[in-house]
Ligand binder design. Sequence first.
Ligand code: FAD
Length: 502
Amino acid sequence: MQHAIIIGAGYAGVALANLLAKAGLTVDVYEKNDVPGGRIAAVHQDGFTFEVGPSWYLMPEVFEHYYGLFGASAEKRLELQRLSPGYRVFFESSDPLTIQGSTEHDASTFEMIEPGAGETLRRYVANAKIAYDISLKHFLYTNFERPIELLAPNVLANAPRMLTLALRPLDSHVRRYFTDSRLQRILEYHMVFLGSSPYDAPSLYTLMSTLDFTTGVYYPKAGMYKLIGDLIALGDATKITYHYGAEVKQIDVKRQRAEGITLSDGSSHAADIVISAADLHFTETSLLPPAARTYNENYWQKRIPGPSGLVISLGINGSLPQLLHHNLYFVDDWRGNFTAIYDDKSIPENASMYVCNPTKSDPSLAPKGTENIFILVPFPSGVALSAEETDALAAKYTRAFAAAINEPDLESRIITRHVMGPTDFAERYNAWQYNAFGGESHLLKQSAFFRTKNKSRKLKNLYYTGAGTLPGIGLPMCLISAELTYKRICGIKSGAPLEAIS
Ligand SMILES: Cc1cc2nc3c(=O)[nH]c(=O)nc-3n(C[C@H](O)[C@H](O)[C@H](O)COP(=O)(O)OP(=O)(O)OC[C@H]3O[C@@H](n4cnc5c(N)ncnc54)[C@H](O)[C@@H]3O)c2cc1C
């Protein structure tokens, strides 16, 4: 029986621990923080449970596939509920729009805004679904070790379409279908969550609209934080040991092999296989000696991280009836906001934001008679802010949000507040350039076969998993990432989702 060490108990690290344990390995997971989850995090303050990480449960079939490997159902264990409507969008200079999450319903909303846009939405979503299905089947579960598999009949049949989508930026793609800027933005906003801009990211990510208009948005009863506890519970506790407050200081290297790890308390721990589920830049440049690095500082200087962010959690007296569970606020200067974040690397003056009000679905997250909201403002990567600057920006964006939803007395209704800024991401997760989502931005040159690989080229038994490597950012991608690393370790070259663990 082999022994594996995993660095980091984030979603991907735990997902991989489960897979390896099911295959018969013993696994020790070392996590620097006192709790598991990494970027899935919650803060308990003054009777409120503030989730300060992921809030959208997307791509439910990916969770089902992973849970299925353990003979379990994610839908049942997590008590998923479909959110209907899906979300509401507030605009700086026009009335809000509500997206139901069904093409039929949303086509009428689109039609009201732009004549003909209802039928166009049906066509747009049908095309997005083709890209989604091909990507899920052929491009997400693969380490690209068997290129011949990419010549499958439906990939070949759709090659011109997929190539065009890969080469054309999302914004140009959307403009070919819709002229109203509000509709365009509804089809582009996802790029923020994939760490990129619609002006730079390939229009392959049109596939995200399939989730908005057909699959829908789900929420696990008891909150997103439940995901990490449940993932741990899914694993074999007799084979996996979690060590919290255990910061890894170095990966011990001998003769082109990772011998094990050394913790900051000086203790060393040997293993047959070492996997880092921490941010890849940190792993490569801080845990490994220079000669053992596959990706040195020069490499990272040519790569582009996803954005950082400001996460403002507010406990509010009373209710905000104009909000749904998920809400977006889009500024008029849509392009200027992306330019500030990705090109100028400046803190946006006027920022688009995402606002979650989970108490709409789960009142237990706040004391009776109050609500709990979370405002996410995307920031450029690489910009450090002091605690005072972070606080001042939080106050400024809270005022902007209050104006956007027409709640002038919002500030006076704040009972408690928790703020997390770029430096918190670095301190808590060793995040590369303060990035919020865990990895490289989803540009074409950093997607699929171009993404940073999940195996060291220098050390035979060192692997990587998580949002920084294949296939990318977000919780469903982390589950797939764990599966891809598992395949690498076991020498499984197939690009198809695993049917079983043996
Ligand atoms: C505010 C916010 C909103 C988001 N919204 C969504 C969403 O709605 N939907 C979605 O799907 N995704 C969302 N994401 C993205 C998603 O949360 C991440 O992509 C994902 O959680 C990354 O998981 P990971 O396992 O790769 O990395 P992490 O969660 O960062 O896990 C890595 C772990 O390694 C640990 N570690 C680091 N260094 C060391 C060390 N030296 N020793 C030991 N341990 C170490 C860290 O503490 C951490 O626990 C959001 C993220 C944020 C921050």
